[in-house]
Design a binder for this molecule. Sequence first.
Ligand code: SF4
Ligand code: SF4
Length: 200
Amino acid sequence: MFESLKSLIHRTAATAHPLSRDTEQHYVAGKSSDGQKIPHSVSMLQVQQALEDEAFRWSCTACGKCCRGPGVVYFTAEDLENIRAALKLSDAKWERLHTRLVQRRKNGLFLHQTAKACALLGKDGKCTVYEVRPLQCRTFPFWTSNFESRESYEWLKDFCPGVKKGDGEEFSLRTIVVETNRTEDGFARLQPPGSKTLYL
Ligand code: SF4
Ligand code: SF4
């Protein structure tokens, strides 16, 4: 589980941003808005098989479980700059936080790997940088690793109380595909072309 990306994330309403019809069609076909194949996209059939005809319902209960490890959070350099600005820390305090946050780098991303809670989770169980949280945290649960197979979806149902309780907002198959492929498109664009692309 420590290497898994599934255990540190965040509550967020994965509200659909308005998309043009063309862009939506691209995402359904697993392509980015400029027609390139999205690495690790999901197909309608794949998501349908993962759900096995169940309706997907989710509303975040703000339980904070997904901000606790073991797991990994990926930050970009820009995320870190935004976090630094949002927290208004002195140089010395930022240095200490940065050391706790970043254990290693991969594909131009900064990895926060921890067996415990994310270093940015507050004592009240809320994200201290919510407005500037990274893409990974803004897009859960619309990740490929949650919908690519029945097994992955079973994991999600078991892990996230916002799915498990079963009375949240219902998302259509198409919305799941569009949102998940949009996540992976955005995440791939944070990584250098030609690298072995990490996915969520
Ligand atoms: S309900 Fe799910 S998405 Fe919301 S905080 Fe809990 S684990 Fe995270
Ligand atoms: S950055 Fe915020 S939302 Fe993301 S895992 Fe850490 S505490 Fe949770």
